[in-house]
Design a protein around this ligand. Structure first.
Ligand SMILES: Cc1cc2nc3c(=O)[nH]c(=O)nc-3n(C[C@H](O)[C@H](O)[C@H](O)COP(=O)(O)O)c2cc1C
Length: 176
C-alpha cells in the first residue's frame, strides 16, 4: 500500500553532513509553520523558535556542543517558554509540546528536500547553558533542542524500526 505520509515519515533520517547551499528563508518559514501546527497541552503553544544562519553562531554551536558538530547552514533552536501557557496544568507539558513541534519540523523538512538532525539540549544543564548564551535566551526560556537544517550531503535509506515485541494487545505482556 502506498501512503505518502508514511513514506515521508520513514524517509526521515538524521542527516549529519550538509552541502554549502543555504536554506531559502521561505523554506525555513514553512518549517516553522509545520512546527506551530503541532498539538500542545490545552493548545497553550508554549514554544518559541530562534532561527540561526549567522556562520559565527553556527561555528560556536559546532565547537561547544560535543554532540553537535555538524556543518549545516542553518539551525532552529526550539525553546520552551512555560509563561506563555495560560493554564498552570498545561505548563507542566512544555517538553512534550516542544517535542511535537520539533518532530513536525523534521518531517516537514523531508518534503522540502532538506535534511535535519535533532541535537538534544534540555535537560543537560551544561548544554542548556551553552545554547542559552549563544542564542541570548532569557532565564525563563529553555532550549529543548537544536535542529540543524540544510541540504543533505549524505543519503540514508528509509526504514521502519517496527518491533513486534514492543507491542502489547489489551494488556501488557499478553501474547498476541
Ligand atoms: C532527544 C534527542 C536528542 C538527540 N541528540 C542528538 C545529538 O546531540 N547529536 C546527534 O548527532 N544526533 C542526535 N539525535 C539523533 C539520534 O541520534 C537519531 O534520531 C537516532 O540515532 C535514530 O536515527 P535516525 O534519526 O536516522 O532515525 C537526537 C535525537 C533525539 C530524539
Amino acid at each position: 500500500m502506498k501512503n505518502p505520509t508514511l513514506e515521508t515519515i520513514l524517509h526521515r533520517r538524521s542527516i549529519r553532513k550538509y552541502t554549502d547551499q543555504p536554506v531559502e528563508p521561505e523554506k525555513l518559514d514553512l518549517l516553522l509553520q509545520a512546527a506551530m501546527a503541532a498539538p500542545s497541552a490545552m493548545n497553550c503553544k508554549p514554544w518559541e523558535f530562534v532561527v540561526i544562519t549567522d556562520p559565527e553562531k553556527l561555528a560556536l554551536f559546532r565547537s561547544r556542543l560535543i554532540f553537535g558538530n555538524r556543518n549545516a547552514p542553518a539551525a532552529i533552536v526550539v525553546c520552551g517558554n512555560p509563561s506563555l501557557s495560560t493554564n498552570p496544568a498545561a505548563r507542566l507539558f512544555w517538553v512534550e509540546d516542544c517535542s511535537a513541534a520539533t518532530e513536525n519540523i523534521l518531517i516537514a523538512a523531508v518534503g522540502l528536500g532538506l535534511g535535519t538532525v535533532w541535537v538534544g539540549v534540555h535537560p543537560v544543564a551544561e548544554f542548556v547553558r551553552i545554547v542559552r548564551k549563544i542564542a541570548d535566551l532569557p532565564k525563563h526560556v529553555t532550549p529543548l533542542g537544536l535542529i540543524y537544517v540544510g541540504y543533505p550531503a549524505e543519503e540514508k535509506p528509509s526504514r521502519t524500526q517496527y518491533a513486534a515485541d514492543r507491542v502489547h494487545l489489551q494488556q501488557y505482556g499478553k501474547d498476541k
